[in-house]
Design a protein around this ligand. Structure first.
Ligand SMILES: Cc1cc2nc3c(=O)[nH]c(=O)nc-3n(C[C@H](O)[C@H](O)[C@H](O)COP(=O)(O)OP(=O)(O)OC[C@H]3O[C@@H](n4cnc5c(N)ncnc54)[C@H](O)[C@@H]3O)c2cc1C
Length: 411
């Protein structure tokens, strides 16, 4: 069996590892080829900032630089795929070479989504891939980039802002809402904003960019309110979009991402999709959309690996789950950031908020002290009615074992 995996990110690599580890149980020994658009060993995007600050490679190349040798993968690196021909079971690489497959796994991740005029101007950078991040950090180290403006304060924008400040740049970050609006409610976001400001980063919330300005090179951004912000480099961190353009005309069912079922199968035979490129369903709400975070990518990659081999495989659904590692305080954001009822506790150094619908936890935000996160998540996933615990839930020492009988949780 020839398995062709497009993409060497966490989704593709987890699929490859699962295949290699489980295949012997089915007396199989598939030939696995992993194609990647970038000329690097498989890397972890969340580890890039740390890598540029410390030079560490262990977390960046999270499975080891020699992972392809260890797993007997045939890597095709730095070769973007240009087209997929399902009828012929072939893909075409940009260099004109064709690769055949029996099973195809599409794990091409996502790219920057910057629907702003001027984003192609020289001096507009992004931090979405290792190639893009290297280019930006290289310019900083050469002294060409000093005064920076980060457009978009999602988790990638905040991460790059913190990195640029640590590398000695002056940094302004703007967002049309508040800091990390897709992850944090405004009150928790306020703590992140304060953390950024303590580092000397200028934060403008409720500030919407209209376009990048400049003729031959970016000079800054023009805002919707008519004002201008000047910078010698801008970093677009306005969102991500699945890498699906090369699939045009393939017959795959694509909305924002590639639509898949509970086994990560696409609408076409012998083709699966996983990670940021796939449109899956939310474990709590059931809504179908792209859940572009690491744990979802690896969980989906594993489901694909199992299903390709014919093992029992079912995806439990994506989760919204983020822990912020690069700030001065631990923050955990899981599930929805609002509910019919909000339980809230705040003191000088911590903030705890639990959101409930119909007596069930639909999300929580913990800042400063993330104890209890595992318990809340378990109760949330199980859909346990927690209304009788009231404010006791907010106690960081709240434990399932003490307060909830196993029957409540598991039946
Ligand atoms: C700076 C940054 C910080 C992040 N921090 C966090 C975090 O703290 N927590 C979290 O949960 N998530 C985080 N994420 C998101 C997380 O990294 C992604 O959700 C995850 O990497 C998705 O994995 P993937 O395998 O689907 O895609 P990717 O990791 O994007 O990998 C895609 C692969 O496909 C290849 N590819 C793309 N197009 C083609 C093509 N045409 N042909 C061939 N190959 C192609 C690429 O070269 C790459 O190998 C962060 C992302 C970034 C950029």
């Amino acid at each position: 069996m020839r398995v062709l995996i497009l993409g060497a990110g966490p989704a593709g690599l987890t699929a490859a590892r699962t295949l290699r580890e489980l295949a012997p149980l089915k007396s199989l020994d598939p030939a696995i080829t992993v194609v990647s658009a970038e000329p690097f060993p498989p890397y972890s995007p969340p580890a890039m900032a740390d890598h540029f600050l410390t030079g560490r490679e262990e977390t960046l190349y999270w499975q080891g630089k020699d992972v392809c040798d260890r797993l007997r993968l045939d890597p095709v690196s730095g070769e973007p795929v240009e087209a997929v021909y399902p009828e012929q079971r072939q893909v075409l690489l940009q260099n004109g070479r064709y690769l055949d497959y029996d099973r195809l796994i599409i794990a091409t991740g996502s790219r920057l989504y910057a629907p702003l005029e001027g984003c192609e101007l020289p001096g507009v950078y992004n931090f979405k891939s290792l190639s893009a991040a290297r280019e930006l950090v290289g310019k900083v180290r050469e002294g060409e980039v000093k005064n920076t403006l980060v457009v978009g304060a999602g988790f990638i924008g905040v991460e790059v802002a913190v990195l640029l400040k640590a590398l000695g740049c002056s940094v302004t970050i703007i967002d049309k809402q508040w800091v990390m609006p897709n992850i944090l409610d405004e009150e928790t976001a306020e703590l992140v904003r304060q953390d950024l400001e303590r580092r000397g980063i200028v934060v403008h919330e409720h500030t919407e960019a209209l376009r990048f300005s400049g003729r031959k090179r970016v000079r800054g951004v023009r805002l919707v309110n008519g004002d201008a912000l000047l910078a010698d480099a801008c970093i677009a961190a306005t969102g991500v979009k699945p890498n699906v353009s090369f699939l045009e005309g393939s017959g795959l069912d694509i909305d924002w991402g590639i639509r898949v079922d509970h086994r990560m199968r696409t609408n076409l035979p012998n083709i699966w999709a996983a990670g940021d490129v796939a449109e899956t369903f939310d474990r709590i709400s059931g809504d179908q959309y792209v859940h572009a975070i690491w744990p979802n990518a690896t969980a989906q990659g594993e489901v694909v690996g199992r299903d390709v081999l014919g093992f029992e495989a079912g995806y439990a659904g994506a989760e919204q789950m983020n822990s912020m590692k690069h700030l001065g305080m631990p923050i955990m954001a899981v599930g929805e950031s609002k509910g019919e009822v909000t339980l809230r506790r705040r003191d000088a150094t911590t903030l705890r908020k639990i959101f409930l619908d119909d007596g069930r936890i639909v999300g929580f935000r913990l800042a400063g002290d993330i104890r209890g996160a595992g318990t809340y998540r378990a109760l949330m996933l199980k859909g346990t009615d927690v209304s009788r615990f009231g404010e006791d839930l907010l106690d960081p020492r709240f434990r399932i074992s003490r307060c909830v009988s196993p029957e409540v949780l598991y039946h």
